[in-house]
Design a protein around this ligand. Structure first.
Ligand code: IPM
Ligand code: MG
Length: 358
């Protein structure tokens, strides 16, 4: 197959980790007889530096014209003092919105070879962990109205709004149900329905929609504060975790750490079509940028998800996943997952080893 991939390397470690993923994709193309072409585009801080805005129009157009988008990471201290709508993160939110990517899937799994990288006690992780966060991605407080004003009595005041519609809740519930049908047939839906009106609607719609359309799927609710606690108390109880945009952002970082390192977690973002955006869930880690010490595995696994979910290449997906497993089993580690007796390698070497294992 011929596939054209837009690459948004972004900032910080973004260029190193996407380079690693491209190396692996090229190896897959060679082995399975595909042709992948890559088009590098600007988004985030690098776009601000080059064209004065985090998401240039050409980037949006070229991403929409591509078969899928591979993203590194955006942001860094250099751009931290810019106003909200000029920040690098605005580019990421903008591209998610422009491509209509309302469904963000973040699988947090404990790799057998990395069981000792989990900060949890051994008995909590001995039966494995595989939490799939299904995060709503184009609604909620990330995209609600916001503002600032000077309050007479309280001084400078700022506000954001959490807002969800039936349609937004239904379409992300459908994604979670379809996933659950292929797995445990159980969903835990996260909300704060004891306080928030938007959460009460969330809870009601998730249940009515799932019961009507997916009667074989069982939906349970969990308050977000309790979920945060349960993830460290008993992570094995979770399978599909359905969340709003912000709750999913927070809980996916937590789930990532519980499974060892945030450097291992990939994500896919899709809408109604097959053109998606694939990225690691971690950030741009400016403190280690350019030092060749970052872990490229999350981005490599994101590239694998692209093959499976956008290009319908399950064999190629499995080949990458298996190569990652093999390399980890062989004792090769980047600094974030390093432990005693293992062999420490840099970002480039880790990617090379994985490509070689395919
Ligand atoms: C993520 C990130 C982004 C988010 C930031 C960089 C805007 O934290 O993808 O989890 O909050 O969605
Ligand atoms: Mg996040």
């Amino acid at each position: 197959m011929n596939k054209h991939i837009a690459v948004l390397a972004g900032d910080g470690i973004g260029p190193e980790i996407t380079e690693g993923a491209i190396l692996v994709l090229k190896r897959v193309a060679e082995k399975y007889g595909h042709t992948f072409t890559f088009e590098h585009l600007l988004m985030g801080g690098c776009a601000i530096d080059a064209c004065g805005e985090p998401l240039p129009q050409t980037t949006v157009e070229r991403c929409l014209a591509s078969d899928s988008v591979l993203l590194g990471a955006v942001g860094g201290p250099k751009w931290d003092s810019l106003p909200g709508d000029k920040r690098p993160e605005k580019g990421l939110l903008g591209i998610r919105k422009a491509m209509g990517l309302y469904s963000n899937i973040r699988p947090a799994k404990l790799w057998a070879a990395l069981a000792d990288a989990s900060p949890l006690k051994a008995h909590l992780v001995q039966n494995g962990i595989e939490i799939i966060v299904v995060r709503e991605l184009t609604g909620g407080i990330y995209f609600g109205e916001r503002g600032k004003y000077e309050d007479e009595n309280m001084g400078e005041t700022a506000w954001d709004t959490e807002k969800y519609s039936v349609k937004e809740i239904e379409r992300i519930t459908r994604i979670a149900c379809e996933l659950a049908q292929k797995r445990s047939k159980k969903i835990i839906s996260v909300d704060k329905a004891n306080v928030l009106e938007s959460s009460r609607l969330w809870r009601k719609i998730v249940h009515t929609y799932a019961e009507k359309n997916y009667p074989d799927v069982e939906v349970c609710d969990m308050l977000v504060d309790n979920t945060a606690m349960q993830i460290v108390k008993n992570p094995a109880q979770f399978d599909v975790l359905l969340t709003s945009n912000m709750f999913g952002d927070i809980l996916s970082d937590e789930a990532a750490q519980v499974t060892g390192s945030i450097g291992m977690l990939a994500s896919s973002s899709l809408g109604d079509g097959t053109c998606g955006l694939y990225e690691p869930i971690h950030g741009s880690a400016p403190d280690i940028a350019g030092k060749d010490v970052a872990n490229p595995i999350a981005t490599i696994l994101a590239a694998a998800m692209m093959l499976r979910d956008s290009f319908d290449m399950p064999k190629e997906y499995a080949a990458i996943e298996c190569a990652v497993s093999k390399v980890l089993e062989s004792g090769v580690r980047t600094a974030d997952i390093m432990s005693e007796g293992m062999q420490l390698v840099g970002c480039r070497e880790m990617a090379r080893r994985i490509a070689e294992a395919i």
